[in-house]
Design a protein around this ligand. Structure first.
Ligand SMILES: [Mg+2]
Length: 320
């Protein structure tokens, strides 16, 4: 083997800027004497196959790109059953997946983290739809309004997120769901249900504000807010100040099963890490210390958040 690391990159993440970011990343890796080869993805889903094969070939596999590439690479590596290390160089518009393992969207720093060679285990989630689609994830799995936003966003290549949210809102109609958890059941209307291994999606929107990645449990937020009020609340998620909220039910559970209450309703879509899996029903399981990732020794995302807002994202008002 001529290299230690395989860098999988998507040439069309964040149009236009990607090539410049990639050139810079490759320069940084060379400066740091990291031995790597790079492989380009050619179609949606290709990163899963590439990551799976490269892991079997013995490479440590790095996703360079946005959250879609990050999720596909981690899924491909985990399902290879090789246990090889997986890492990230964030280059997307969201970068919520690298953030779960403490990597900030700073290309130079991400390359340094690879060169430093530290790694440790973190919890991962797995989602399975009744149609048989299965996917590992690090961030947030969600169904309802946010999955609809993710679907529209993927179709439009992630451009103009605010406009996409607004357009999705106009045609939105809230439906009744059933959420079965280890010790609780929720039955009723919900705009969205977020199942958090990590806390954030949409580029740092902390929807699962109490999520911790070492407790073997999902942090679950079931939101039932009038749709235009919901839009106003979206912004508060960036500073992790949405919760507590009278229209957001919060739970904690290792296993979660979500289905539509009325079988005649058109089912909500489910997404994990921004990747659309398909319609409900879906079953989630949290896997404690599920996989080992290349990461900094301290959570640099949590420290940056604290510096900006004065507290860690998981420190909610009602717990202080
Ligand atoms: Mg957890």
């Amino acid at each position: 083997m001529e290299a230690d690391y395989a860098i999988i990159y998507n040439p069309i993440a964040k149009k236009g800027k990607t090539q410049k970011d990639l050139d810079y990343a490759f320069k940084c890796l060379k400066d740091l004497n990291v031995s790597y080869k790079s492989i380009v993805t050619e179609y949606d889903g290709h990163a899963i196959e590439l990551a799976n094969q490269l892991a079997k070939d013995g490479y440590r596999v790095i996703a360079a790109g946005g959250d879609g590439t990050a999720n596909q690479v981690l899924h491909g590596v985990i399902t290879s059953n090789t246990g090889v290390l997986c890492g990230f160089i964030p280059m997307g518009s969201g970068n919520d997946i690298p953030a779960v393992v403490g990597i900030r969207p700073d290309i130079r720093r991400a390359c340094e983290i690879i060169a430093e060679g530290h790694s440790s285990k973190t919890d991962v989630g797995i989602a399975k739809t009744d149609e048989g689609i299965e996917r590992y994830f690090l961030g947030v799995g969600s169904q309802g309004f946010d999955a609809e936003v993710a679907r529209r966003s993927n179709e439009k290549g992630g451009k103009n997120y605010n406009l996409i949210v607004f357009q999705a809102l106009f045609s939105w109609k809230s439906k009744e769901i059933i959420v079965k958890m280890d010790n609780d059941t929720y039955e009723g209307l919900a705009n969205l249900t977020a199942v958090g291994n990590g806390g954030a999606y949409g580029g740092g929107m902390y929807v699962c504000q109490k999520a911790k990645t070492d407790d073997g449990l999902f942090d679950i937020s079931i939101v039932n807010i009038g749709k235009f009020k919901l839009l106003m609340q979206f912004k508060r998620m960036y500073s992790a100040s949405l919760l507590p909220h009278p229209n957001v039910a919060e739970y904690s559970s290792k296993n979660v099963r979500i289905e539509m209450k009325n079988k005649e309703d058109d089912p909500y879509l489910c997404q994990v890490d921004g990747e659309i899996l398909g319609p409900l029903p879906v079953t989630y399981n949290s896997i404690k210390e599920g996989y080992e990732f290349i990461r900094p020794r301290i959570d640099e995302v949590a420290e940056a958040f604290k510096e900006k807002y004065g507290h860690y994202f998981y420190e909610c008002d009602h717990e202080l």
